[in-house]
Design a protein around this ligand. Sequence first.
Ligand SMILES: [Zn+2]
Length: 196
Amino acid sequence: MTENHTGETHRPGRIEVVCGSMFSGKTEELIRRLRRAEFARQKVEIFKPAIDTRYSEEEVVSHDRHSIPSTPIDSSAQILLLSSETDVIGIDEAQFFDDGLIKVCNELANRGVRVIVAGLDMDFKGIPFGPIPSLCAIADEVTKVHAICVKCGALAYVSHRTVANERRVLLGETTEYEPLCRDCYRRAMEKETGGK
Ligand SMILES: [Zn+2]
Protein backbone atom coordinates (compact mmCIF):
# COMPACT_ATOMS: atom_id res chain seq x y z
CA MET A 1 0.00 0.00 0.00
CA THR A 2 1.38 3.41 -0.94
CA GLU A 3 0.26 6.96 -0.26
CA ASN A 4 0.26 9.69 -2.88
CA HIS A 5 1.12 13.36 -2.18
CA THR A 6 -2.49 14.25 -1.32
CA GLY A 7 -2.42 11.68 1.47
CA GLU A 8 -4.94 9.48 -0.31
CA THR A 9 -4.33 5.81 0.12
CA HIS A 10 -3.76 4.04 -3.15
CA ARG A 11 -4.07 0.29 -3.15
CA PRO A 12 -2.34 -1.27 -6.13
CA GLY A 13 -4.36 -4.37 -7.01
CA ARG A 14 -2.60 -7.30 -8.58
CA ILE A 15 -2.81 -11.03 -9.23
CA GLU A 16 0.04 -13.35 -8.24
CA VAL A 17 0.00 -17.06 -9.11
CA VAL A 18 2.14 -19.65 -7.35
CA CYS A 19 1.84 -22.94 -9.22
CA GLY A 20 3.67 -26.23 -9.51
CA SER A 21 3.41 -29.94 -8.81
CA MET A 22 2.62 -31.52 -5.47
CA PHE A 23 5.39 -31.30 -2.84
CA SER A 24 6.75 -28.18 -4.57
CA GLY A 25 6.03 -25.83 -1.64
CA LYS A 26 3.14 -23.88 -3.24
CA THR A 27 1.12 -23.58 -0.05
CA GLU A 28 4.23 -22.72 1.99
CA GLU A 29 4.99 -19.89 -0.46
CA LEU A 30 1.38 -18.66 -0.27
CA ILE A 31 1.54 -18.70 3.54
CA ARG A 32 4.91 -16.88 3.54
CA ARG A 33 3.47 -14.05 1.43
CA LEU A 34 0.31 -13.82 3.54
CA ARG A 35 2.22 -13.82 6.84
CA ARG A 36 4.43 -10.99 5.56
CA ALA A 37 1.31 -8.98 4.70
CA GLU A 38 -0.12 -9.70 8.16
CA PHE A 39 3.03 -8.35 9.79
CA ALA A 40 2.46 -5.14 7.81
CA ARG A 41 -1.01 -4.97 9.41
CA GLN A 42 -2.78 -5.58 6.14
CA LYS A 43 -6.14 -7.30 6.28
CA VAL A 44 -5.70 -10.81 4.99
CA GLU A 45 -8.36 -13.38 4.05
CA ILE A 46 -7.75 -16.92 2.89
CA PHE A 47 -10.11 -19.13 0.94
CA LYS A 48 -9.89 -22.72 -0.17
CA PRO A 49 -12.32 -25.11 -1.88
CA ALA A 50 -14.60 -26.92 0.56
CA ILE A 51 -13.47 -30.16 -1.09
CA ASP A 52 -9.98 -29.84 0.45
CA THR A 53 -10.58 -31.33 3.90
CA ARG A 54 -7.46 -33.44 4.22
CA TYR A 55 -6.43 -32.32 7.68
CA SER A 56 -8.62 -29.47 8.81
CA GLU A 57 -11.91 -27.76 8.01
CA GLU A 58 -10.87 -24.26 8.96
CA GLU A 59 -7.24 -23.87 8.09
CA VAL A 60 -5.02 -23.77 5.05
CA VAL A 61 -2.64 -26.54 5.93
CA SER A 62 0.54 -27.24 4.06
CA HIS A 63 2.33 -30.58 4.16
CA ASP A 64 4.74 -29.42 6.86
CA ARG A 65 1.72 -28.39 8.95
CA HIS A 66 2.43 -24.68 9.13
CA SER A 67 -1.07 -23.33 8.88
CA ILE A 68 -3.14 -20.18 8.87
CA PRO A 69 -6.90 -19.93 9.35
CA SER A 70 -9.03 -20.02 6.21
CA THR A 71 -12.61 -20.17 4.98
CA PRO A 72 -13.74 -23.20 2.98
CA ILE A 73 -16.12 -22.22 0.17
CA ASP A 74 -18.11 -24.06 -2.51
CA SER A 75 -17.86 -21.62 -5.41
CA SER A 76 -15.58 -18.81 -6.51
CA ALA A 77 -18.46 -16.29 -6.44
CA GLN A 78 -18.51 -16.52 -2.63
CA ILE A 79 -15.06 -14.89 -2.50
CA LEU A 80 -16.50 -11.56 -3.67
CA LEU A 81 -19.25 -11.69 -1.03
CA LEU A 82 -16.91 -12.61 1.81
CA SER A 83 -13.99 -10.31 1.14
CA SER A 84 -15.04 -6.71 1.69
CA GLU A 85 -12.41 -4.35 3.13
CA THR A 86 -9.64 -6.87 2.53
CA ASP A 87 -6.14 -5.87 1.38
CA VAL A 88 -4.75 -9.28 0.50
CA ILE A 89 -6.67 -12.42 -0.50
CA GLY A 90 -5.05 -15.84 -0.61
CA ILE A 91 -6.67 -18.68 -2.53
CA ASP A 92 -5.27 -22.17 -1.96
CA GLU A 93 -5.80 -25.34 -4.04
CA ALA A 94 -7.26 -23.07 -6.72
CA GLN A 95 -7.22 -25.86 -9.33
CA PHE A 96 -10.40 -27.24 -7.74
CA PHE A 97 -12.38 -24.03 -8.25
CA ASP A 98 -14.74 -23.31 -11.15
CA ASP A 99 -13.67 -21.12 -14.09
CA GLY A 100 -15.57 -18.20 -12.51
CA LEU A 101 -12.45 -17.73 -10.38
CA ILE A 102 -10.73 -15.96 -13.29
CA LYS A 103 -13.34 -13.19 -13.37
CA VAL A 104 -13.41 -13.00 -9.57
CA CYS A 105 -9.62 -12.49 -9.37
CA ASN A 106 -9.74 -9.78 -12.06
CA GLU A 107 -12.55 -7.97 -10.28
CA LEU A 108 -10.72 -8.07 -6.94
CA ALA A 109 -7.48 -6.80 -8.50
CA ASN A 110 -9.41 -3.99 -10.21
CA ARG A 111 -10.81 -3.05 -6.78
CA GLY A 112 -7.25 -2.68 -5.48
CA VAL A 113 -6.92 -6.07 -3.80
CA ARG A 114 -3.70 -8.07 -3.96
CA VAL A 115 -4.77 -11.60 -4.90
CA ILE A 116 -2.37 -14.51 -4.37
CA VAL A 117 -3.48 -17.78 -5.95
CA ALA A 118 -1.77 -21.11 -5.29
CA GLY A 119 -2.57 -24.32 -7.16
CA LEU A 120 -1.49 -27.34 -9.14
CA ASP A 121 -0.50 -26.38 -12.67
CA MET A 122 -1.15 -29.90 -14.05
CA ASP A 123 -3.07 -32.98 -13.03
CA PHE A 124 -1.42 -36.39 -12.61
CA LYS A 125 -1.53 -36.93 -16.39
CA GLY A 126 0.28 -33.68 -17.14
CA ILE A 127 -2.89 -31.91 -18.35
CA PRO A 128 -3.36 -28.22 -17.33
CA PHE A 129 -5.63 -28.17 -14.29
CA GLY A 130 -8.89 -26.19 -13.94
CA PRO A 131 -8.65 -22.38 -13.95
CA ILE A 132 -4.87 -22.31 -13.25
CA PRO A 133 -3.69 -21.92 -16.89
CA SER A 134 -6.03 -18.95 -17.47
CA LEU A 135 -5.04 -17.41 -14.14
CA CYS A 136 -1.38 -17.65 -15.18
CA ALA A 137 -2.28 -15.77 -18.37
CA ILE A 138 -3.99 -12.85 -16.63
CA ALA A 139 -1.64 -12.70 -13.63
CA ASP A 140 0.74 -9.79 -13.00
CA GLU A 141 3.29 -12.29 -11.72
CA VAL A 142 3.64 -16.06 -12.01
CA THR A 143 5.94 -18.13 -9.84
CA LYS A 144 6.44 -21.73 -10.83
CA VAL A 145 7.79 -23.80 -7.96
CA HIS A 146 9.27 -27.28 -8.30
CA ALA A 147 9.43 -30.45 -6.28
CA ILE A 148 12.38 -32.81 -6.58
CA CYS A 149 12.05 -35.99 -8.66
CA VAL A 150 11.94 -38.96 -6.27
CA LYS A 151 13.74 -41.19 -8.77
CA CYS A 152 16.72 -39.08 -9.89
CA GLY A 153 16.85 -35.83 -7.91
CA ALA A 154 16.27 -33.51 -10.89
CA LEU A 155 13.58 -30.82 -10.71
CA ALA A 156 10.18 -32.51 -10.94
CA TYR A 157 7.53 -31.38 -13.35
CA VAL A 158 4.47 -33.53 -12.66
CA SER A 159 2.73 -35.30 -9.75
CA HIS A 160 2.59 -38.93 -10.86
CA ARG A 161 -0.23 -40.98 -9.35
CA THR A 162 1.10 -44.23 -7.95
CA VAL A 163 -2.29 -45.92 -7.48
CA ALA A 164 -4.67 -46.98 -10.26
CA ASN A 165 -7.48 -44.46 -10.14
CA GLU A 166 -8.76 -42.40 -13.07
CA ARG A 167 -10.59 -39.88 -10.93
CA ARG A 168 -9.06 -36.46 -11.50
CA VAL A 169 -9.87 -35.02 -8.10
CA LEU A 170 -7.93 -37.13 -5.68
CA LEU A 171 -6.44 -35.27 -2.78
CA GLY A 172 -2.84 -35.79 -2.07
CA GLU A 173 -1.08 -38.00 0.35
CA THR A 174 2.51 -39.06 -0.07
CA THR A 175 1.38 -42.64 -0.68
CA GLU A 176 -0.71 -41.72 -3.73
CA TYR A 177 1.53 -39.32 -5.66
CA GLU A 178 5.20 -38.89 -6.36
CA PRO A 179 6.92 -35.93 -8.02
CA LEU A 180 8.76 -36.98 -11.18
CA CYS A 181 10.90 -35.18 -13.74
CA ARG A 182 9.98 -35.37 -17.41
CA ASP A 183 12.34 -38.29 -18.17
CA CYS A 184 11.32 -40.41 -15.18
CA TYR A 185 7.62 -39.68 -15.83
CA ARG A 186 7.99 -40.83 -19.45
CA ARG A 187 9.70 -44.02 -18.28
CA ALA A 188 7.00 -44.66 -15.66
CA MET A 189 4.29 -44.19 -18.30
CA GLU A 190 6.03 -46.60 -20.68
CA LYS A 191 6.18 -49.18 -17.90
CA GLU A 192 2.50 -48.69 -17.00
CA THR A 193 1.32 -49.03 -20.57
CA GLY A 194 3.70 -51.91 -21.29
CA GLY A 195 5.79 -49.89 -23.73
CA LYS A 196 2.83 -49.17 -26.02
ZN1 LIG B 1 13.78 -37.98 -12.58
